[in-house]
Design a binder for this molecule. Structure first.
Ligand code: GDD
Ligand code: MN
Length: 364
């Protein structure tokens, strides 16, 4: 009996995401964007760069933005810094040597988390398109062009990127995780909008940011949640193929993944309170909420049932199932998937105690 329930739950745990992935890939991914893009659209943009102790990489990042193929007179950079290292000094020196681009440096008196910093920067943002840029990512040189062109169509409210990890992470997990998720992001974007954005490059119509009252400061996933709010009022929030390189921490990879999982769960929980206009987006949001908030627990319950069945009732079937489940660990994709489920479960438990709004820095 127990083995039947466990098998059913395991089937559900693996079946639902596979079915969703298959559906998204075959029905949504081949769709046209249904967005009228003007490749030559060149609006004025404000690039917001929040920084907390980024002295090691800030110069490379500024140069990366400076080298964008985009007219410098149409760009301004607003840096909001809450560091206690030399980040701000490095920015000032760099700007003295490169004063053909407008830079505003805001020094926060107190560190209150990334979303607070973004809201502060928003007050100094002069342009209609605002692009959030994390310090630890590198953009391809046409990233600004490629992101802003979508805003030439009025239906688009927010644009983010897809991520390529620069390292494969623990046991190759980061690489595997990304290829599955990127297909989903792209497919959801084509269907209407994706509820998962990336702070490494997240562009917004400023008018809409103000309409949703800026970035939420009570949860960690400011980028994804803001994009979801914008999609909920009927604008498209999309992640087209703009590939951004991201530095993956060399140490504490697990705590980095867990913190991000915590933020995603916070975002999806908060999003359950939103009223969604678009029907397709309602489905997308429901599916992603299920995948992040409920699905990991189903696997945990199935596993516990099998273990109880083996230990208490000496079930050979359950023992065989546990054995098969362990053998499958040899497959990289399966390993990646399982680790992600474990991160999500630990994250949900950690969320009870701390939201990690101002998080520890990982060494990259
Ligand atoms: N001013 C300020 N104050 N900046 C901060 C703070 C803060 O308290 N905390 C972090 N930052 C800056 C970092 O310096 C970096 O430029 C950016 O915000 C992102 O921080 P990371 O430490 O690199 O975050 P991450 O990559 O692990 O987190 C990812 O997920 C988050 C949600 O879970 C990113 O995509 C974030 O953008 C996203 O918010
Ligand atoms: Mn980062």
């Amino acid at each position: 009996m127990l083995e039947a329930i466990a098998l059913f739950l395991a089937g559900m745990h693996f079946g639902v995401p596979l079915a969703y992935y298959y559906y998204a890939k075959t029905r949504w991914l081949p769709k046209p964007w249904n967005i009228k893009v003007d490749e030559n659209y060149r609006p004025k943009v404000t690039i917001i760069l929040p920084t907390y102790n980024e002295e090691k990489i800030i110069k490379e990042r500024l140069e990366n933005i400076y080298n964008q193929v985009y007219p410098k007179e149409l760009m301004e950079i607003v840096i909001v810094d809450s560091s206690n290292d030399k980040t701000a000094e490095i920015v000032e020196t760099w700007h003295n040597n490169n004063n053909d681009i407008k830079i505003t440096l805001i020094r926060e008196k107190e560190r209150r988390g990334k979303a607070f910093a973004l809201n502060e920067a928003l007050r100094d943002a002069n342009n209609d398109i605002v692009i959030i840029a994390d310090a630890d990512a590198l953009w391809p040189e046409n990233a600004v062009c490629e992101a802003v062109k979508w805003f030439s169509d009025f239906s688009v409210g927010a644009v983010s990127c897809l991520k390529k990890p620069m390292e494969q992470g623990f046991l190759g997990i980061e690489g595997g995780y990304r290829s599955y998720y990127n297909i989903l992001r792209l497919a959801e974007s084509k269907a209407f909008s994706t509820p998962i954005f990336h702070g490494e490059l997240a562009a917004f119509r400023k008018e809409l940011l103000l309409k949703v009252n800026g970035f939420p400061t009570d949860i960690g996933s400011d980028d994804s949640h803001t994009a979801t709010e914008i999609a909920s009022i009927g604008y498209r929030s999309i992640t087209p193929e703009i590939w951004v390189n991201e530095k993956v921490p060399k140490e504490n990879y697990a705590s980095w993944k867990i913190r991000r999982a915590q933020h995603l769960i916070q975002h999806f929980m908060k999003a359950t309170k939103l009223r969604i206009k678009n029907k397709t987006f309602k489905k997308i949001l429901a599916a992603e909420t299920y995948l992040h908030v409920i699905n990991p627990w189903i696997l945990l319950i199935a596993t516990l049932l099998l273990i109880v069945d083996v230990l208490l009732f000496k079930s050979l079937i359950s023992l065989t199932l546990v054995f098969i489940g362990s053998i499958l660990l040899l497959i990289k994709e399966y390993r990646t998937w399982l680790m992600q489920q474990i991160y999500l479960i630990i994250a949900a438990i950690k969320n009870i105690k701390t939201k990690e709004i101002a998080w520890n820095k990982q060494v990259k």
